[in-house]
Each structure stands twice: as C-alpha cells, then as structure tokens.
Ligand binder design. Structure first.
Ligand code: ADP
Length: 268
C-alpha cells in the first residue's frame, strides 16, 4: 500500500496463494476501493482538462477582439460596437462558469433541491410567453398542448432551467420558418409527468444520439451550422436535473424530421 499514491493509482495488491482468508478479504476490499478511487481521480482529471480546453477558445477570442481594438485607430462608434462584442463574449463565459459550478455540485452530489409543489402547466405557460418573441423573430411556429394541472414536487428554479434549455435549443437549432411543439401531460399509469419538446429542424443523427447528454458534447463540432455555438453543457445539465428529481430524459428522432426531447418526472 505504501507504493500507492496520486501518480500511481493503477497499482493493486497481489492476491498471493499463501495469504489467509482474512488477508485475502482485506486485499480484495482494498483493491475494490482502489478501483473506485482510480475512476474518481480519472473523472476529475478529465473534467479539469475539458474545462481548461473549453475556456481557452472564448478567452482567446476575447483577447483577440480587445487587441484589435487597441492597435487599430477606430472611431468612437466603432469602440461601442467592439465593447458590445466583448460584453457578449464575457456573458457567454459567465454562463459557462455558472453551468460548470452547477455541474461540479451535481457531480459531488452536493445539490440540495428546494422542493415545492409546482404546477408544471404554469411553468410552461411562463416559458411559452418568454420564448414567443424569440420564436417570432425567427418566424418559428410555436405550439403548446398541455393539461391544465400537472403537479410535481420539484425545485422550481431547476425545473425552469431544464424546460427552458430544451425549448431554447428547439428554437435555436430549427431554421427560420420551422416549428417547435411543447407537450405536457400527466400519466396516472406510471405516475409521471411527461414534458416533450419536438421540432422539425435538422434533427440529430442516430450515431450522435447516444452521446448527446454527455458533457461538452456538440454535434456541430466544426461550427458549420447557422446556430450560435453553445457550451455543450445544456443537455448534460438537463439530465442531471431530471435524474436528481428521480426522473429521466431521452432524445428521439422524429419520424419525418427533427428531434424530440422527452422528460419524465415523478408526479409525487
Ligand atoms: P449547446 O446548445 O450549448 O451546444 P446542449 O448540451 O444544449 O449544448 O446541446 C448539445 C448539442 O446537441 C448541441 O450543440 C446540438 O448539436 C445538439 N442539439 C441539441 N438540441 C438540438 C435540437 N433541438 N436540434 C438539433 N440539434 C440539437
């Protein structure tokens, strides 16, 4: 055991034939604990490297914008535009850092849900009103089909975040003139509330679907699409929120076009 440290987490204790029963049990237990520690350390390393990688690009973009403004002689009006660009980039970074903070708390199982009685139909009404202007701007037809009362015990802020991420993605990835439909119902059989956001946009290839809820996963890695590049954290957070409530989230390709995200939350 003396040889095991942070740089040498792969080492395991040998199970020698000469060891007695108690020693063998102890060796097996220590090795199983080492498996868990190695996995946890691996996840932390991977998280740190993902985060540094993801923060690098927007920080360099911001630095570039500022450098150009400092070296070029530009008019007062142009300064305003540059500062506006910088502000947008900073806001993107703040959002990413907030998302990362939430994720790190989820991963440490350190998120205390503030549960209250919530009528999801009211939440959906609020979000519908909130996103309608954005949808109109893109000439996207928004439709909503919902039961009047769908009661769950849930953390209001987190449920808003979960539902709004999905609606925002639907509007963001669906091209102009498309449609986004939100459905909400309570199913007494499996005691679950089901919330679905369905769009008729480009959809997600079958090969990508299994990865879509992974941290930092984006389908359009090369940024060739027209949608603004996001952090790739939204769906991962949605999954954490749904699961923290004892629920689930899934993505399915639509028969004709586009994709549907289906969230299930326990009614009690
Ligand atoms: P972000 O939107 O910030 O990139 P998300 O985790 O919310 O991150 O989404 C991950 C990826 O899943 C997106 O980059 C996009 O490629 C894909 N995606 C999500 N929602 C949709 C959708 N409604 N239609 C097509 N692709 C989608």
């Amino acid at each position: 055991t003396d040889g095991i440290n942070a740089q040498n987490l792969r080492q395991r204790l040998p199970l020698t034939p000469a060891a007695g029963d108690e020693t063998r049990d102890l060796i097996t237990a220590i090795n199983a604990m080492m498996d868990r520690l190695e996995k946890a350390f691996g996840e932390i390393k991977c998280f740190t490297s993902d985060v540094s990688h993801e923060l690098r690009n927007p920080l360099f973009a911001l630095k570039g914008t500022i450098e150009v403004a400092l070296t070029d002689q530009i008019a007062g009006e142009e300064y305003h535009r540059v500062l506006h660009d910088c502000m947008e980039q900073v806001n993107g970074l703040i959002k990413m850092v907030n998302d990362l903070f939430l994720i790190s708390r989820f991963e440490l199982k350190n998120v205390a849900l503030e549960l209250s009685d919530l009528n999801l139909s009211e939440v959906l009404d609020d979000l519908y009103d909130f996103f309608l202007p954005l949808a109109r701007e893109k000439r996207i037809q928004c439709a909503m089909e919902r039961s009047d009362i769908v009661r769950v015990k849930a953390d209001k802020t987190k449920i808003y975040q979960l539902m709004s991420n999905l609606i925002e993605n639907g509007i963001k990835f669906t091209p102009e003139g498309g449609a986004v439909t939100m459905r909400l119902s309570a199913d007494d059989d499996d005691a679950a509330a089901t919330f679905t956001v369905s769009d008729n946009g480009p959809g997600i290839a079958e090969a990508e679907l299994p990865h879509i809820f992974n941290r930092f996963y984006r389908v359009d890695k090369a940024r060739t699409g027209s949608a603004p590049r996001g952090s790739g954290l939204g769906l991962y957070i949605c999954k954490q929120i749904a699961e923290a409530h004892g629920g689930s989230i899934a993505a399915e390709s639509n028969k004709d076009k586009g994709v549907s995200f289906i969230v299930k939350l326990p009614i009690n």
